[in-house]
Write a protein that binds this ligand. Structure first.
Ligand code: ADP
Length: 293
């Protein structure tokens, strides 16, 4: 019933900048946020407005998480990261103004296509790895890389978004001990609470690449408990034939021991990336397999 108690006005006013935005179409909702297209009044430019009702963030740690997300995301600037334009608030809500990704996320692509071709995987992984390389070189761990957080713009370019679980590594060798939330492609060292760092993102990238090429997530079962047991044993199989380099790249990312996984800088030079990679993809690829000839 939360929609009845939320007050999202049809005009939102950022009084720090004296700019107003008109509410456009509804995009979807996440844990706390609702997302709408918002149109800036002075130049009619469209953005994604992530709107969080203050009624929903009452606990101190929820406020801290919100501040953390804004702090981290607002400092990032890269072609494969959802651009952060600003935030403001009124009596009822907090508004985050983001780059609009009209083609939704790779989750919808996956649901439509199930399995994508190797050149497409190379195209997407190239962009994702480049975004994660930027994050890690700025000491940010995303901690929830998943298809639904890989947004797509009108040119079918990947934009990594949702920094709600992200963390900053404050000193060399720091291991994070806590994570408030449940990442989708959760790494074994998070489950066993051993302390974790950048390697958890590499694990998630392995899960993403496997899912896109095999057509289902590597540790999927009918219950979370069984899935977690499989993750802890690194118990997955390749159920369809992949090229040797694709298989190798997935295998090195999906290793139980985090120290054995490649660093993001090394991953971008993997042999898998030496194969054919299209410079761009047509929008039709979101629903139909392309022909590369
Ligand atoms: P939460 O942090 O609460 O989980 P999300 O970041 O997942 O919120 O956003 C909720 C929904 O809003 C997403 O499922 C997606 O449909 C939509 N969304 C989020 N960011 C954008 C964006 N930049 N462009 C377009 N849609 C977006």
């Amino acid at each position: 019933m939360s929609s009845d108690t939320d007050h999202i006005p049809s005009v939102m006013y950022d009084n720090t900048k004296a700019i107003s935005y008109k509410k456009g179409r509804y995009f979807g909702k996440g844990g706390f946020a609702k997302c709408y297209e918002i149109i800036r009044d002075n130049d009619k430019q469209s953005f994604a407005g992530k709107i969080i009702s203050k009624n929903l963030i009452v606990k101190q740690n929820q406020k801290e998480k919100m501040t953390q997300e804004i702090q981290i995301h607002s400092r990032l600037n890269h072609q494969h990261i959802v651009e952060f334009f600003g935030f403001f608030e009124d009596h009822d809500n907090i508004y985050i103004v983001l780059e609009l990704c009209k083609r939704r996320s790779m989750m919808e692509l996956y649901k439509r296509r199930q399995v994508i071709t190797e050149p497409e995987t190379r195209y997407y992984m190239n962009q994702i790895v480049s975004g994660v390389h930027y994050l890690h070189s700025h000491r940010i761990i995303h901690r929830d890389l998943k298809l639904g957080n890989l947004f797509l713009n009108d040119n079918v370019q990947v934009k990594i978004g949702d920094f709600g679980l992200a963390a900053k590594i404050e000193f060399d060798g720091e291991r994070k001990r806590t994570l408030c939330g449940t990442p989708n492609y959760i790494a074994p060292e998070i489950l066993s609470k051993q302390g974790h760092s950048f390697e958890v993102d590499i694990w998630s990238l392995g899960c993403i690449m496997y899912t896109l090429m095999v057509g289902r997530p590597p540790f999927e079962t009918s219950s979370l408990k069984e899935t977690y047991a499989k993750i802890k044993k690194c118990d997955y199989k390749f159920t369809i034939a992949l090229s040797p380099t694709a298989k190798h790249m997935i295998m090195i990312m999906l290793q139980s021991d985090p120290s054995q996984r490649p660093k993001i800088s090394k991953l971008s030079h993997h042999d898998f990336f030496k194969g054919y990679c299209p410079a761009s993809l047509p929008v039709s690829c979101l629903t139909m397999a392309p022909r590369f000839d």
